[in-house]
Design a protein around this ligand. Sequence first.
Ligand SMILES: C[S@@+](CC[C@H](N)C(=O)[O-])C[C@H]1O[C@@H](n2cnc3c(N)ncnc32)[C@H](O)[C@@H]1O
Length: 380
Amino acid sequence: MRKAYWDRPKARTKAKLEMLRYYLGAWFEILANATNADGKHRFDELAYLDGFCGRGEYADGQDGSPLIAVRFANSVAAKRSDLTIHVILVDEIKKNIAHLNTLDPIKKPHPNVKIYAIHGSFDDTVLGVFDRLSVPRNAPTFSFVDPNGIIRSPEYTFSKLIRNQSSELFINFMEGYVNRFIEHQRDDIREAFISAIGPEPAERVLAATDRIAAISQEYMQMLRSYGRYVRNFQMRNEKNVRDNAFFFCGNSRLGFMKIKEAMWKIDPENGREFSAYAFAQLQVQDQLFKPEPYLHDLKSEVLECFAEGKVVTGRELKDWADFKSERFLYKHLRYVLEELVADEAIAYRAPASATKKRRKNTWPDDGLFNFPREAQLRAK
Ligand SMILES: C[S@@+](CC[C@H](N)C(=O)[O-])C[C@H]1O[C@@H](n2cnc3c(N)ncnc32)[C@H](O)[C@@H]1O
């Protein structure tokens, strides 16, 4: 990793860390406080793994990923005395591990936060690491995979990192590698590219008109074999070229909702990408308007999804938006519903129990929405 990476963190690095900070804040709090039907805590141990952890801090004072995680771990452990948190930090550069060990939150963690700062390569270290460190089989795990190249043969490592229904992966994948492959035609690049996504998907990507979109789709498809909920977030570089993307993979509905929220935090208009180029442009312009979510796609998505002449409750729509819609959340849908009802594209019936007038953009769980059939919709 070049020295400049740590000395002058780029806008993309900051956006990545912001997204991670938002998600991990929710992850630690939710899992530490999750309870079973009997009111007892659901989990007594949690594990955070950072497979390419780096040195822990940037020269401008910004926390790196391990420090972000350890600060949350220390704070959550201080609030619950019977919770053990394992923090596994791996980097192949010895100096980075040595630097991590000089940082106060890592040097002096809460007694129930067990930090393992390991000098080693990701591939060699992570296989079986949870078992070796006696992390219980049912403990929720969050693994951050943030290499500066691409992960070869991910099937070996990812399948081990997703070890139960509460395991999640967050991966930085260098999609731009496909262009390097096209430009250079070198054997080593070819071999890395093919092993990152598999030979057949590689063929399909090379034949696609939009190779970056195709590689994203292939990567999402591959991740679906490990987790039901998969979502990506595109990064564009200083020239506005799509370079890398972050991929989330897990089995928790709530986790999926929280990662979408994290993505909307970074991209308040579309919740799907960060452009270092656009960011730089904004710095030189006066920003007169606060970015607003662009919800046109959500309108078509919800109409398409329910266009069966179906009657759906407010609660069902809420669940659909937060847990099924790939990109949007209910906090977006509630505005779209208002427009659709006003335009008479869908009909709304208040529940019989409603006594007061409904506040704009708020919908009771048991309100009923009548969606027209597709043909009726087209006729409008
Ligand atoms: C992108 S940086 C990580 C940044 C860090 N996750 C953060 O957000 O603050 C990638 C790190 O991976 C390390 N690295 C590269 N190849 C590795 C490998 N095969 N195994 C483990 N670490 C590796 C590098 O030394 C570098 O510190």
